[in-house]
Design a protein around this ligand. Structure first.
Ligand code: MLT
Length: 312
């Protein structure tokens, strides 16, 4: 007898490992979030979720890989706020940056921190701004390419203080952090998932967090507004995606695994140690994720255009 449509929809999935593409280098903040949830998602799915780093071009190479993958649930993408800035920052990318994906759910919102090499000659944000305005031609700002969160933060910061700097692009802020710790680049704005342990270990210098509230894992660090730079607000939301036309039952299956990971106490504790938290479960749905993403594209477009001359 022929299988009915519902029976086909319930064909077993997954029956083999799933690849989670991280569009930045290993050892960086997106990688940290991905590796934290991948194993637990895999436990729930009964198949391993294997992280693969496809860094470069500000996260667009990894996104392209997933947009062009078979929509069968075996290739998924963890991406961040860049999904909302790339449609404005790039005239064109080799995939559809808005309609090329199914949303699975939001994962976490990560504050950023303005940081410098350890021996940078400034003790607070106001001194930092003075040094940059005086010496900006001698200073380098590290980022993970146009479309990275570190790019967006740097763009807004340079615009706010009216001081463009030479930027040094990396495949992710993981490798950029190595150079910041080594002192071969001067400045960066990076997510607390990467900077918390460096700041606490005193291997880099921190000036401010980019969110309206202080971060529990770094209670001494002032907000940008407290330190003298009001109106500066960047939080790096992350979400999971599948290629467009991935069947809804597969998206829902992946969503169940995501929600399972977000409810895991060990994961929540680790997120907390790194200055973040799992999103509230009502935001971890395909619909909430898509609505948030679309609104964020509209939110950032005018801000990026206003700062455009600093876009690099
Ligand atoms: C990374 O994982 O390297 C970062 O998320 C890069 C960035 O967006 O700044």
């Amino acid at each position: 007898t022929m299988l009915s449509a519902p029976a086909l929809a319930q064909a077993p999935y997954p029956t083999r490992p799933i690849t989670m593409i991280i569009p930045f280098a290993a050892g960086g903040p997106t990688d940290t979030v991905g590796r934290l949830i991948a194993q637990t998602m895999g436990n729930e799915l009964g198949q391993p979720v294997v992280v693969e780093n496809v860094g470069g071009a500000g996260g667009t190479l990894g996104a392209q890989r997933v947009a062009q993958a078979r929509p069968d649930g075996y290739t998924i993408l963890l991406h961040h706020i860049g999904m909302a800035t790339i449609p404005t920052l790039y005239r064109r990318v080799p995939y559809d940056p808005i309609n090329g994906f199914e949303t699975i759910g939001l994962v976490t919102d990560v504050p950023m921190t303005l940081v410098a090499r350890r021996n940078f000659p400034a003790n607070n944000l106001q001194e930092l701004v003075q040094v940059i305005q005086r010496d900006r031609e001698k200073l380098n700002y590290a980022n993970a390419g146009i479309g990275a969160a570190s790019h967006l933060c740097g763009l807004l910061f340079m615009h706010a203080i009216n001081a463009p700097m030479t930027t040094v692009p990396y495949r992710g802020t993981g490798p950029a952090m190595n150079d910041l710790v080594a002192g071969t680049v001067d400045l960066m704005c990076d997510q607390t998932t990467s900077t918390t342990e460096q700041i606490r270990g005193n291997t880099i210098r921190a000036f401010a967090v980019t969110t309206p509230n202080r971060v529990a894992s770094l209670p001494e660090l002032p907000t940008a507004a407290e330190a003298g730079l009001p109106g500066f607000d960047v939080s790096v939301w992350h979400g999971l995606y599948a290629p467009r036309t991935t069947p809804r039952p597969i998206v829902d299956r992946l969503n169940r695994a995501l929600v399972f990971a977000l409810r895991d106490e060990t994961i929540a504790r680790r997120f907390g140690e790194l200055g973040t938290a799992p999103v509230a479960i009502e935001r971890a749905t395909p619909e909430a994720h898509r609505a948030f993403w679309q609104a964020d594209i509209a939110k950032w477009r005018p801000l990026i255009q206003a700062a455009g001359q600093f876009a690099d």
